[in-house]
Write a protein that binds this ligand. Structure first.
Ligand SMILES: [Ca+2]
Ligand SMILES: [Ca+2]
Ligand SMILES: [Ca+2]
Ligand SMILES: [Ca+2]
Length: 234
């Protein structure tokens, strides 16, 4: 920025000095023209940060050497344009959630959230799962705008008791952050015991002593804990 001031007086009463209001970013360099008039150049000295100061308001004051001293002022309004210098940041490095097995499609699991300090598209975030292993992509879905994770397929405790899903937040300039979602699957009693007769001796002779093994039976229940505990009776 170049500034020059016309002061029709001569000598001491002519323009003596330019002063810039105190600020962290700009400095002023003063130069004399061959005809002794002066001009000033404003330089950027320290980097601007739109996220901290989106607008700067400075005053440039030109003073003469007269008595009384006279001065002129210009206001300099500076708007700092955004660049994409902030990546999105998740508000948690790990999200924990639980879901019942056999939960219907659309069942809410959790919401992930990231923020981005930039403005406009530089701060606009889309969410996605990253590097999904195997079948997880068929079981859960994430809304790219809201970060809401819901059930989209078959959750089966007997197949997988927990999942760990990586989520990614990306701004429109391509900067990213990632986080993890741990999803615990809760068992429901969806399996009946299965009876398997391994061997069976028939007929049994009438003089067989008490304690003779007649049949070997194997009983299984795929559920866990109380849902899988079996009692047998005849
Ligand atoms: Ca950004
Ligand atoms: Ca920025
Ligand atoms: Ca069961
Ligand atoms: Ca079960």
């Amino acid at each position: 920025l170049f500034v020059s001031n016309e002061d029709p007086d001569v000598g001491l009463n002519a323009l003596q000095n330019y002063v810039l209001t105190h600020n962290d970013n700009f400095i002023l360099k003063q130069h004399a023209n061959p005809d002794d008039s002066k001009y000033a150049e404003m330089f950027l000295q320290n980097p601007l940060d739109r996220e901290e100061h989106p607008r700067l308001s400075l005053k440039l004051i030109a003073v003469d050497g007269g008595d009384p001293q006279r001065s002129g002022t210009v206001n300099i309004e500076i708007t700092v344009l955004d660049v994409n210098d902030n990546a999105p940041v998740f508000n948690q490095s790990l999200y924990r959630a639980a879901v019942m097995e056999n939960a219907p499609k659309g069942t809410y699991i959790t919401t992930v959230n990231a923020s981005d300090a930039d403005s406009g598209t530089n701060g606009q975030i889309t969410y996605s799962f990253s590097k999904l292993k195997g079948s997880i992509a068929d079981i859960f879905i994430i809304d790219e705008k809201t970060g809401i994770i819901t059930v989209s397929g078959q959750v089966d405790y007997e197949k997988d008791k927990k999942y760990e899903v990586r989520v990614e937040a990306k701004d429109q300039g391509g900067l990213t952050d990632s986080s993890k979602v741990g999803i615990e699957v809760l068992d429901i009693n969806d399996n009946a015991p299965v009876i398997n007769v391994m061997s069976f001796s028939s007929p049994v002779s009438e003089d067989a002593p008490p304690g003779t093994t007649v049949a070997v039976i194997n009983v299984k229940d795929a559920d866990s804990e109380r849902n899988g505990q079996i009692t047998c009776s005849i």
